[in-house]
Ligand binder design. Structure first.
Ligand SMILES: CC[C@H](C(=O)O)C(=O)SCCNC(=O)CCNC(=O)[C@H](O)C(C)(C)COP(=O)(O)OP(=O)(O)OC[C@H]1O[C@@H](n2cnc3c(N)ncnc32)[C@H](O)[C@@H]1OP(=O)(O)O
Ligand SMILES: [Co+2]
Length: 134
């Protein structure tokens, strides 16, 4: 089922400050901010030779990241995104295995314009998993 790691996501309290640190202190190439109101986040991507790091900050009153930052005010690892070849087949297989697919269970369009789904962290050893159709 699982392909490459598409990205590791870090929730941050201030995406501009975090982007500047990744650019200036770590010498990384960081994309311009992308507001994703339908997901309640603003994201940037740190480009790496073998994957990406997604920095995300809350956007709007109902951001799913706000609760995470309330518990982790300095920020922290938020989710891991695995690529899958067939997101609907993966979803059906996971649901049949008893895993919880978050939201209404239907894929949404993510930051890369691809279909994504999220799996409950409590079903995967305390780590929020995102699946992205490639
Ligand atoms: C798609 C656009 C973009 C992209 O890459 O393209 C993104 O990745 S957007 C990312 C932001 N969107 C999401 O995170 C959507 C999925 N997330 C959710 O549905 C919620 O955040 C959820 C259900 C994971 C947690 O919701 P909430 O925090 O409101 O619930 P609780 O506080 O009750 O949390 C339940 C339980 O889970 C623990 N938790 C919460 N978030 C995380 C996390 N990121 N990693 C690990 N664990 C997490 C929380 O601490 C609670 O544990 P407990 O022991 O019961 O306290
Ligand atoms: Co993500």
């Amino acid at each position: 089922m699982l392909g490459r790691i598409n990205h590791i996501a870090l929730a941050v309290p201030d995406i501009a400050a975090a982007s500047a640190t990744y650019r200036e202190t770590l010498g990384a190439k960081v994309s311009a901010p992308q507001a994703l109101p339908e997901h309640g986040v603003t994201v940037v991507f740190v480009e790496l030779p073998n994957s990406k790091v997604e920095l995300l900050e809350p956007l709007g009153e109902t951001s799913p990241v706000a609760a995470f930052l309330a518990k982790n005010p300095d920020g922290g690892m938020h989710h891991i995104c695995y690529e899958v070849a067939d997101i609907l087949a993966a979803r059906d297989q996971l649901v049949a295995a008893g895993a919880r697919v978050l939201g209404d269970g239907e894929p949404k369009i993510g930051a890369h314009g691809k279909q994504v789904l999220f799996l409950h962290p409590k079903d995967f050893f305390g780590t929020l998993i995102e699946l992205e159709q490639v």
